[in-house]
Design a protein around this ligand. Structure first.
Ligand code: HEC
Length: 450
């Protein structure tokens, strides 16, 4: 428990939260059945916050949850999906490691109980006057990162009305004539095509001879020199990445963009042309820090025998420099089941960072750490990524549990690593940031209340 905030502040916040919870449940004895749980008062606020981003017209989910009439027929299915923690899609194990993320839509145990009690109690509407005002949504068809300097369009892809999902890549030239430093990036499907785009992940292809897996780990590339690799991901509700001031990526002249797409038919033929927008730093300005997602903890000797569950593999990446980690995104394929990442400090201490305990290949989710809990790891730290695969028929994404599976690029092959976003820090800056955290830790009462 060094280097990031899990100390007295957290304890203080937890204690405060516990008091608050008691106070709330004293006012509202939902669990005792003393009053009826209603949609208007109890459920609508949860659905607004955690579901409507996707469950509304022209977003990605097949059914809308804007009104009571929309939601009522789905009450049973909603109860089942939230209790299984399959919806909203967010698969972090809440019982270990870091618990503060940006844009976290996940439900508390209490919210899940509320929804279940509502469904079990007849899914009543309640008093319409209790309804919260409708949530206002940002226009998703605009760019959120400011005026782009360059917009690159993927190839047009027509998704048929029915059929199976499609995974594949399009590679497009940026046409960039000179090297530029990237300040912000955003990816979005064509207007009207959001329903069919399950995910869009973009990669920067530069440096001749690099394969499409060129996000070299920090060991190979300790200076953060930019060999390309993972660029950006589109997920519903994501507004794009604006890098912290002084932090950026190099986009080289002649770079290409690889669009990795997952399309999903929705009953009507739909054409998409996903776009990625880039905002550059002014010409001649060079940011101090690179920020780059790198492959972490790869293990390429995967051995997944047919019919076996809970197959564990371990991969390690040594940090050649001090690092600030801003995000964690497990990457496995159809047999992936769970993944944990821990930090082994140079002095041997081990700290669990996070686990995803319900991995789903269909959802590529970047778990972005809140600023004040982003792990600060000294040079020499070993990141240890532990992956589990399920190659049995009990895994409903398994295309064929009779097959042996190893490492490979195809969806039917498998992988085990994490995409991790790093900012490399000088010794001086690293120390300053660690000290700033400690300073905060020792003055819990001056913390902002949450
Ligand atoms: C990030 C987008 C997203 C969010 C947020 C989200 N959903 Fe979904 N949901 C989907 C998509 C897409 C589907 C269609 C099935 C699929 O592709 O997994 C779906 C399907 C469902 C289904 C239907 C399953 C079936 O039986 O067909 C239910 C029920 C559901 N969601 C409930 C919820 C609830 C309740 C919430 C909020 C607590 C929520 N979802 C939040 C995207 C989302």
């Amino acid at each position: 428990m060094r280097h990031f905030n899990k100390g007295p502040v957290t304890a203080f916040v937890l204690a405060a939260a516990a008091l608050l919870t008691q106070a709330i449940s004293a006012q509202a004895p939902a669990k005792t059945g003393a009053r009826t749980i209603t949609f208007a008062r109890d459920v609508a606020p949860i659905v607004q916050r955690s579901c409507q981003n996707c469950h509304r017209p022209d977003s990605m989910a097949p059914m809308s949850f804007l009104t009571y009439e929309d939601v009522r027929p789905w009450a049973r299915a909603i109860k089942q999906k939230v209790m299984a923690r399959e919806m909203p899609p967010w698969y972090i194990d809440r019982t270990v490691g870091i618990s503060k993320f940006k844009e976290d839509p996940s439900l508390s145990d209490q919210e899940i109980e509320t929804i279940a009690a509502w469904a079990d109690g007849g899914a009543v509407r309640g008093n319409p006057a209790d309804m919260p005002p409708p949530r206002q949504f940002e226009n998703t068809d605009i760019w959120h990162i400011g005026k782009p300097d360059l917009v690159i369009k993927s190839a047009t892809h027509t998704v048929p009305a029915t059929g199976s999902d499609w995974w594949g890549d399009y590679v497009v030239n940026t046409g960039l004539a000179e090297d530029r430093y990237l300040k912000a990036v955003e990816t979005k499907p064509a207007p009207g095509a959001k329903k069919v785009v399950h995910h869009a992940v973009t990669f920067l292809l530069q440096d001749e001879g690099e394969s499409d897996l060129i996000g070299r780990g920090p060991t190979q590339n300790p200076a953060g020199g930019d060999a390309g690799g993972f660029l950006n991901e589109y997920a519903v509700g994501k507004n794009g990445d604006i890098f912290p001031e002084g932090t950026g990526r190099l986009v080289k002249a002649g770079a290409k963009i690889r669009f990795n797409m997952h399309y999903h038919p929705v009953g009507e033929e739909t054409a998409d042309q996903t776009e990625v927008a880039l905002v550059f730093y002014p010409k001649g300005y060079k940011p101090t820090y690179y920020i780059q997602a790198s492959h972490t903890g790869d293990f390429d000797d995967l051995d997944l025998p047919p019919g076996v569950d809970n197959i564990r593999s371990d991969g390690y990446t040594r940090l050649a420099r001090n690092a600030r980690i801003t995000s964690f995104q497990p990457h496995m394929h159809n047999r992936g089941k769970a993944q944990c990442m821990e930090a082994i400090y140079p002095d041997g201490k081990i700290e669990q960072l996070n686990c995803v305990n319900n991995y789903k290949f269909g959802w590529h989710i970047v778990y972005n750490y809140a600023d004040d809990v982003q792990p600060l790891l000294p040079a020499g730290t070993m990141l240890h990524v532990i992956s589990w695969h399920n190659n049995t028929a009990s895994n409903r994404y398994n295309p064929d549990p009779r097959n042996w599976v190893g490492f490979g690029q195809r969806s039917i092959d498998d992988m085990s690593f994490a995409w991790v976003n790093y900012i490399w820090l000088t010794d001086e800056d690293f120390k300053a940031q660690v000290d700033a955290r400690k300073g905060k830790d020792s003055r819990p009462t001056t913390q902002q209340q949450r």
